[in-house]
Design a protein around this ligand. Structure first.
Ligand code: GLY
Length: 397
């Protein structure tokens, strides 16, 4: 979720960061997003059908509230309200936020951070509606039931079968780092310190088990008795030993958030190492939007993943405020990603793209699903990154 405060250190650093360059037209980008999402609201009168993507036949692909992406549309509507101040977006955001409310009781998924904190968290930050707070606190307790203290990690999927057909009962995916911001919020808000402690434990276990020496991340770690690592696998990446692009972006965002929440330098260093892996990778294209997997076999004839670019851009903007020798590079790279996404190669034309903002993301290529399509979460993190960029520039001026 968007971070409001920028530290004094961050501000001082940022005054030295950006070279004179034409600023991104944030207002224009939001005006375009507003046009697209007005169309999206008109084409989606039923709040049980959540905008997700485009089907292979070109029709809109909608999902149910139990799908991990159900909170992103409401979250993006809150970002539109935040940027424009227009109450029509607040009404629409409320409607699509409340449409996810029943998931607060869902203990069968680890994705409650995405599903609840993106819509309700932004809604609560902007309106202080107490109903949102209550729903999130219930949801945080539901999520915490998936944490086993003897394993030290929150369980992601209920089970996972690898490509060889081996079945595992306690898989944890790198994406799970994205839940921790939600749990930190809930710990602060409710006084339940257990939620904070389990988040720290999860982040430490993940740091220990999920990363290779070059700071790239595995997708799936399969845990067994006592928290023993049984296998390191991929699900959405090209291969077990490859670097699935969105996974790297989740890791970068997750450890940047961990540093914000704890001020523990171990997490900052980890976030910086992940950023360096991402930005220095020889397969990262000049426009800084990665291929769907850094090791996809057909590069350069492979699909890009705009969602990974948007997530990474948002994370790098925050990371750039925490100093270090590469802070300037993080900022400039994040801006370059935003410039790319805001240009004609990735941004749709008005009324096209089933009303999504961005084109060219990949959901699950090995599963032959959502390849080179719009994805609702690419839009969400793009809008978030634009707001972060705007806030940083306003602080500087
Ligand atoms: N969290 C699932 C994905 O990134 O596709």
């Amino acid at each position: 979720m968007i971070k409001r405060s920028i530290s004094i250190l961050g501000l001082v650093l940022l005054t030295q960061l950006a070279p004179a360059q034409t600023p991104i037209d944030v207002k224009g980008a939001f005006a375009f997003a507003a046009q697209q999402y007005e169309g999206m609201l008109q084409s989606h009168p039923d709040t049980t059908k959540f905008p997700q993507s485009t089907n292979p036949d070109g029709s809109p692909r909608d999902m149910k509230s139990s799908w991990w992406c159900s909170g992103f549309f409401g979250g993006s509507l809150w970002y539109l309200f935040e940027q424009t101040g227009d109450p029509k977006w607040k009404d629409a955001a409320h409607k699509w936020t409340m449409a996810v409310a029943k998931e607060q009781h869902n203990t069968g998924t680890h994705d409650l951070g995405f599903m609840l904190y993106c819509p309700f968290g932004n809604g609560y930050r902007l309106t202080k509606n107490p109903q949102y707070r209550t729903i999130m606190l219930t949801g945080a307790q539901s999520l915490s039931t998936r944490f086993r203290p003897d394993y030290g990690v929150i369980k992601s999927w209920n089970s996972f079968k690898d490509k060889a057909g081996e079945k595992y009962d306690y898989p944890v995916i790198i994406d799970n780092m994205m839940n921790l911001e939600f749990l930190f919020w809930a710990a602060r808000e409710s006084g339940d310190k257990r939620l904070r402690d389990l988040s720290v434990t999860h982040a430490n276990q993940t740091l220990k088990n999920h990363f290779r020496p070059d700071a790239s991340s595995y997708h799936v770690i399969c845990y067994g008795d006592g928290g023993k690592v049984l296998a390191r696998r991929t699900h959405q990446g090209y291969a077990d030993e490859s670097a699935w692009a969105r996974g790297q972006a989740w890791a970068l965002y997750g450890y940047t958030t961990m540093y914000r929440e704890t001020k523990d330098k171990t997490y900052l260093q980890q976030a910086q190492r992940i950023a360096d892996f991402f930005l220095n990778h020889p397969n990262l294209p000049a426009d800084k939007i990665p291929y769907w997997d850094f090791n996809a076999p057909g590069i350069p004839n492979e699909e890009r993943d705009a969602s990974a670019g948007a997530i990474a851009s948002s994370a790098l903007l925050e990371l750039s405020t925490y100093g270090g020798p590469s802070a300037k590079k993080y900022y400039q790279s994040a801006v370059q990603m935003l410039e790319s996404l805001s240009g004609p190669a990735y941004r749709a034309k008005v009324g096209e793209n089933n009303h999504f903002i961005l084109k060219h993301s990949v959901g699950h290529k090995p599963g032959k699903s959502e390849i080179d399509v719009p994805l609702v979460y690419a839009d969400y993190y793009y809008l978030e990154a634009l707001l972060r960029y705007d806030a940083l520039r306003k602080k500087r001026s």
